[in-house]
Design a binder for this molecule. Structure first.
Ligand code: C2E
Ligand code: MG
Ligand code: MG
Ligand code: MG
Length: 291
């Protein structure tokens, strides 16, 4: 009996492993040509200022649609792109596309900061900082238009270039955000050691915010601590009006989440932002002291 069980277990394990390995190889193989086949696209998710209630920026989020694999989510393909090194050219594409969108918005009178996610692997490319500064120049954008989102994983990697790169970019005027704040072990000490401007509270703390008093305490503490360090705070994954109101009452500076908008293609984001700015202008025009 035990022998049979053993063999079944063995077969089962092997079968699944084979499938996983195969899928991964397929993914890696398809990824190699994906940039040149134009399969990547950026979507943009609004970030809303809780004081003005208006869109203050957007986060660029990468989408991949492949003829063989269909739509592949970033949680699946980004880790593989990191391991294979493909994240370096893909990450450059993301920066270029995000800045191109920022330039177009600026030309349409829209004042939107654009946030881009960076992976640890990208910092092993010694030209990363210069590439970013060159692209900002090429698109004639102030460095303050760009925000870079990094996670604790990057700082844990201990790569010696990271600190210099972050300092150089920050000195140039680029904003630095700590993404997924609260999910790691050493977020607090890193906030002190690196030039952060913003913390993004991970959505796992927001999901049950209205039910869970521990989450309320943690979010509240994170907000006052970040403010004490002179950083601003954005809450991720806000899905309900109730969460929005609570975060505003807690003094959080900004939110991002499905309650305002999902990540959407560039054209759709442009329409949304133009519609908002028209509404705002009309409201101001109607004020009695404006004529
Ligand atoms: P992230 O940077 O923390 O991005 C936020 C994720 O939360 C996005 O998932 C977004 O669609 C999702 N989200 C936003 N609002 C809500 C909400 O109200 N409810 C829920 N349930 N989810 C919400 P997405 O686009 O699937 O991206 C997943 C992760 O993949 C990102 O997490 C980021 O770590 C990574 N990623 C995406 N694009 C890039 C990129 O261009 N470069 C790198 N290095 N990583 C990227
Ligand atoms: Mg992010
Ligand atoms: Mg996040
Ligand atoms: Mg994340």
């Amino acid at each position: 009996h035990s022998k049979r069980q053993g063999r079944n277990t063995y077969t089962f394990f092997n079968h699944n492993m084979g499938k996983e390995v195969y899928q991964r190889l397929l993914l890696e193989e398809q990824m190699l040509g994906a940039l040149s086949r134009n399969e990547f696209e950026l979507h943009f998710q609004p970030q809303v200022c809780l004081v003005s209630g208006k869109m203050s920026g957007v986060e660029a989020l990468l989408r991949w649609t492949n003829p063989v694999l269909g739509a592949v989510g970033p949680d699946l393909f980004i880790p593989i792109a990191e391991e294979s090194g493909q994240i370096v050219p893909i990450g450059k594409f993301v920066i270029t596309e995000a800045l191109s969108a920022a330039q177009a918005w600026q030309q349409q009178g829209l004042d939107l900061r654009v946030a881009v996610n960076l992976s640890p692997r990208q910092f092993r490319d010694e030209n990363l900082t210069q590439f970013i500064l060159d692209e900002l120049n090429r698109f004639e954008l102030a460095a303050s238009v760009l925000e870079l989102e990094i996670t604790e994983g990057l700082l844990l990697s201990g790569h010696p270039g990271v600190s210099d790169a972050l300092t150089q970019l920050s000195d140039a005027g680029v904003s630095i955000a700590m993404d997924d704040f609260g999910t790691g072990y050493s977020s607090l000490s890193y906030l002190r050691r690196y030039p952060f401007d913003l913390v993004k509270i991970d959505r796992s703390f927001i999901r049950d915010l209205m039910l869970d008093s521990a989450d309320q305490e943690l979010v509240s503490a994170a907000i006052s601590m970040a403010h004490g360090l002179g950083l601003s705070v954005l809450a991720e994954g806000v899905e309900t009006e109730a969460q929005w109101a609570r975060l505003k009452a807690m003094g959080c500076d900004a939110i991002q989440g499905f309650v305002f908008s999902k990540p959407i293609p560039r054209d759709a984001l442009t329409r949304l932002a133009l519609a908002e700015s028209t509404r705002t202008r009309q409201n101001t025009d109607r004020l009695p002291d404006s004529h």
